[in-house]
Design a protein around this ligand. Structure first.
Ligand SMILES: *[C@@H]1O[C@H](CO)[C@@H](O)[C@H](O)[C@H]1NC(C)=O
Ligand SMILES: *[C@@H]1O[C@H](CO)[C@@H](O)[C@H](O)[C@H]1NC(C)=O
Ligand SMILES: *[C@@H]1O[C@H](CO)[C@@H](O)[C@H](O)[C@H]1NC(C)=O
Ligand SMILES: *[C@@H]1O[C@H](CO)[C@@H](O)[C@H](O)[C@H]1NC(C)=O
Length: 470
């Protein structure tokens, strides 16, 4: 990704800060101050999760802000990168990052080492360690390849839509092994991630190659033989929302878990988002599972299981309620501002659709609508009444929409993570992410409306505690 991840953290500022400013998410990671983009160097090591600027966590849901780990020096800007713990070390952390040589206009791979679990780093004095002398060569990501006992570093030749695979054993010398691409989605590629996943409920495993392109993220599924990736199926988008880019998965998670976070960003308007004194938010960590249906593989996304650590109260607003056409149920004791909302709707022969309103103002005029259309089977996020929508003309032009087929009993299930100014919708284990900017003094209302009659089987609100509540 192009703009340097700049997480300037002034410790005195952090200490005095309440993190309760207007629009400040309480579950999603945001920097105390200034600009943040791609999540970088995501790693789990010695009981702690890290990513850079620098932030760490013991559980992925409460994050602690730490001083900036590394700065630009000698005209080499630090762009996106990756972290790994070498197999033979207990407290060494290795960072590989894209270096943008401001004078020569080329991009290279550089390395920095920490010998104290990621507290302090030294850049290698003979950087760069990979330099093919290209203008578009960035976003290294590393994984350990156990069968060969070496590490594989993938870097994109962004303008060519190619992922180049390198091998290393010492993080200083690298050999090119192969290239993958162009394939699937056209457009420049950024932020590659390559990882092995067990197919749920089987002993089979596959390799996934994920890339960000044209403001979205998608993945290929295939096999990797130690040098080459062979793709077995078309590119599939991972998130159907307006705001999800440059995601990366943690290295080093136990039990072959795969957890992803991405930058909630849309290039159409991210530069003018009305948040202050920070700009930029990461998606809530999501657990990825690889599922197989009829010989094709799909990644299922769900909230990380650690979410249970945040649960404050659970309220069932409706249970098997017959809803008339155009009847709107407004739930009086809703407090759904930092919550997971679980909705199950049984469609009847005359159901044309339904809407779930979240982040609704007390007078009902402002809300974010999650709207389902039975005829088109499309679930979408409608932000037209969500609050501040005028800060950029591209905001309402962006589309968050996905196909949702009702289950065999005609039930549509939707889960919505609501977090002040961030909404993530999950249906059939596919996610849609979107930022919104509610303006009302109170925006914790919830409602359900049916177009044609339907049965609201369930409407549950699980309120979560803020990560800043200790
Ligand atoms: C890592 O820790 C283990 C257990 O404490 C120890 O036996 C081993 O010698 C350590 N390895 C290194 C390289 O420090
Ligand atoms: C891996 O696949 C490539 C491309 O098909 C092939 O050239 C290479 O020999 C394979 N390597 C191994 C170890 O099988
Ligand atoms: C698998 O294929 C069958 C036959 O084409 C189809 O009826 C079924 O819906 C498919 N299942 C999934 C989960 O796609
Ligand atoms: C739930 O949230 C309220 C309000 O913030 C707080 O006072 C209470 O301690 C929380 N309860 C639990 C069980 O976390």
């Amino acid at each position: 990704m192009k703009i340097t991840a700049l997480l300037l953290l002034l410790s005195s500022f952090v200490l005095s800060q309440t993190f309760k400013e207007k629009y400040r998410p309480q579950l999603h990671f945001t920097p105390p101050k200034y600009w943040m983009n791609d999540p970088n160097g995501m790693i789990y090591m010695n009981g702690e999760y890290h990513f850079w600027g620098h932030a760490k966590s013991k559980d992925m849901v409460h994050w602690e802000h730490l001083p900036v780990a590394l700065y630009e020096e000698d005209g080499i800007a630090m762009w996106s990168g990756t972290a790994i713990q070498p197999q033979d070390s207990n407290n060494t952390m290795v960072l590989l990052y894209a270096g943008m040589d401001r004078k020569k206009g080329i991009q290279t791979t550089n390395v920095a080492f920490s010998k104290d679990n990621g507290k302090t780093f030294n850049k290698y004095q003979n950087n760069p360690v990979i330099n093919p002398n290209l203008r578009d060569f960035r976003d290294p990501k590393i994984f350990y390849y156990a069968p060969g006992n070496y590490y594989v570093v993938v870097v994109v030749l962004s303008d060519k839509s190619v992922v180049r695979f390198h091998k290393t054993v010492d993080f200083l010398t690298f050999q090119i092994m192969s290239e993958f691409g162009p394939a699937g989605a056209a457009g420049g590629w950024e932020c590659p991630d390559v990882f092995e996943m067990k197919v749920s409920g089987t002993t089979e495993s596959k390799y996934v190659v994920m890339v960000s392109t044209s403001g979205t993220i998608g993945y290929f599924v295939g096999s990797f033989n130690g040098t080459h990736f062979s793709n077995h199926q078309p590119w599939i988008r991972l998130d159907m929302g307006t705001d999800f880019y440059a995601a990366q998965t943690f290295n080093g998670l136990p039990d072959q878990r795969r957890v992803i976070m991405g930058w909630m960003c849309n290039f159409g308007y991210v530069g003018s988002q009305p948040t202050d004194p920070w700009r930029g938010v990461q998606t809530y960590p999501r657990e990825l599972l690889l599922v197989k249906n009829n010989d094709s593989y799909k990644i299922a996304s769900q909230l990380v299981r650690e979410t249970h650590l945040l649960v404050n109260r659970t309220v069932s607003h409706a249970f098997h309620v017959d809803v008339d056409s155009e009847q709107e149920l407004t739930f009086k004791d809703a407090r759904g501002r930092v919550s997971v909302i679980g909705v199950q709707v049984e469609l009847k022969s005359d159901t044309k659709g339904f809407g779930i309103k979240v982040l609704m103002s007390a007078d009902g005029s402002e809300y974010t609508l999650i709207d389902y259309n039975v005829a088109t089977k499309k679930l979408r996020i409608d932000r037209s009444k969500s609050g501040n929508v005028d800060f950029n003309e591209n905001f309402l032009k962006a589309n968050a929409e996905m196909e949702v087929v009702p289950d065999k009993d005609g039930v549509v299930m939707v889960d919505v993570l609501v977090d002040v100014s961030a909404v993530e919708v999950f249906a059939n284990q596919v996610a849609m992410s979107a930022v919104v900017f509610p303006n009302a003094a109170s925006s914790d209302g919830l409602a359900f409306v049916s177009h044609g009659s339907s049965v609201l089987k369930n409407f549950v609100e699980v309120d979560l505690n803020s990560m800043y509540d200790k």
